[in-house]
Design a protein around this ligand. Structure first.
Ligand SMILES: *Cc1c(COP(=O)(O)O)cnc(C)c1O
Length: 432
């Protein structure tokens, strides 16, 4: 869209014309000095859907009224509760319902998936990952390598960013696989990189990894609920994610996992638990583990109902909004933010996230010119003025407009706050 304008009249007209505008009212927006703050931190903790409180209260009531009978007689029987989120979760990630399961948290699911899909041998012991990954991912991969008796010094291959703003090209991934492919057991990459906001081509990476005989898994922490995904078609072997970021399911929410259909009935090593046992015979309580076909077969425990309730509410919102429509708005919203930075704030901020919208989601990672002290001063100014992003050392602010609840006017509030601060800063520079 080329008709962006840096005026409140334009932003308010764009908000009024937004077909998804009503969804904002379904969320609780944290207040700042009597008005809504400009919340851009959905990449870290998404906002609370209003309906969550009633959904939690309903489960507490069923527990109070029914006790153990809530497993069968609850309004949403706890026995099958994880199945009530399945279809909408499959929709969000573009999978078949049997390929997804809501369970555990991201780090736990990453380990469980690696038990099945990282099967190193002396000839093929390695994992290919990105340098600068989120720490838990590196810790998990490194500890799995050690667990299998291999040495991370040679078995953990970390791909360095090869593009100017710390992003990674497909060519670099191709080169790494051409060079090391025959030694690599698992390729493990993000859907969207958490620091740079770069989005990866899952299908191309999965095809490339498979061509070299590797398993391919993705960490979708910053991709799920942000980009429309087609996990089934991507051909990835597995994926994991958390639900408290763009999925708005609350702090520490239940995470998710995807296991491609071709592994649904495969005899894979796994760490088993009773909830992964074939549902039809689970309560015979037999000694032999017979996995439920599909992703459900990786469950360990009966699920935390109070933690699944917010996820169920949130996914229902995603179902009504639709990932395609959300992405359409997201392209406009993040496009507007980028346009404001580029045309109104040149000389103050630089966008590190790829300029091509096909290679990013909602988030822009923005470097503040002039070093850490100046960056930190701007970040503090934003916080004081009710503009909530997050800070990444040494000089980067991440701003993520979420199409479910952010407005074009919020983006303008951000730009105005930066402009006011930078003018005041240069005045104080001159007088100092
Ligand atoms: C947010 C995030 C995590 C967090 O893991 P938890 O197990 O949910 O605490 C891990 N990896 C990435 C890439 C993330 O963005």
């Amino acid at each position: 869209m080329s008709d962006f304008q840096a005026t409140i009249a334009w932003a308010e007209a764009a908000d009024a014309a937004d077909p998804l505008r009503a969804f904002r009212d379904e969320f609780l927006i944290p207040p700042h000095e009597g008005r809504d703050c400009a919340y851009f931190c959905g990449n870290s903790l998404g906002l609370q859907p209003r309906a969550v409180r009633a959904a939690l209260a309903a489960e507490l009531d069923d527990w109070a009224q029914l006790g153990v009978e809530g497993h069968f007689k609850g309004r949403l029987p706890w026995m099958d509760y994880h199945e009530f989120v399945r279809d909408h979760l499959a929709e969000v990630v573009g999978a078949q319902p049997s390929e997804v399961v809501a369970m555990n948290t991201l780090g736990v699911n990453l380990h469980l998936m690696m038990v099945s899909f990282y099967r190193p041998t002396a000839a093929r012991p390695a994992i290919l990952m990105e340098a600068g990954a989120f720490p838990t991912d590196r810790y998990a991969l490194e500890s799995q390598i050690r667990f299998h008796g291999f040495d991370p010094a040679s078995a953990l291959i970390e791909l360095e960013a090869d593009e100017p703003n710390g992003t990674l090209s497909m060519a670099a991934i191709e080169r790494a696989l051409a060079e090391h492919g025959s030694r690599i057991a698992l390729v493990m990459l993000p859907g969207v990189q958490y620091r740079t906001g770069q989005a990866f081509d899952l299908k191309a990476i999965a095809a490339l990894g498979h061509k070299h005989g590797c398993h391919v898994g993705f960490d979708l922490a910053h991709a799920v609920g942000n980009l429309p995904l087609r996990l089934h078609d991507s051909g990835a072997d597995f994926a994991v994610w958390c639900s408290y970021k763009y999925l708005n399911s609350g702090p520490g929410a239940v995470g998710g996992a995807f296991v491609h259909e071709r592994h649904a009935r495969a005899v894979l090593p796994r760490f088993a638990g009773w909830w992964g046992h074939d549902k039809t015979t689970r309560f015979r309580m037999g000694p032999e583990f017979v996995p439920t076909p599909g992703a459900d077969g990786w469950q360990l425990s009966n699920p935390p109902i109070l933690a699944l309730a917010p996820l169920r509410v949130s996914l229902e919102i995603f179902h009504r909004a639709g990932m395609a429509r959300l992405r359409e708005k997201s392209l406009q919203l993040t496009g507007y933010l980028e346009w404001l930075v580029r045309t109104q704030l040149a000389g103050v901020l630089d966008v590190l996230t790829p300029a091509d919208p096909a290679h990013r989601g909602a988030q822009l990672s923005i470097r503040v010119r002039g070093g850490r002290e100046r960056g930190r001063a701007l970040f503090d100014h934003l916080v004081e003025h009710g503009v909530v992003g997050d800070w990444r050392e040494p000089d980067v602010i991440r701003i993520s407009p979420a199409p479910l609840y952010n407005r074009f006017a919020d983006c303008l509030v951000f730009a105005e706050a930066v402009r006011a601060w930078s003018q005041a800063w240069s005045r104080s520079d001159i007088s100092a």
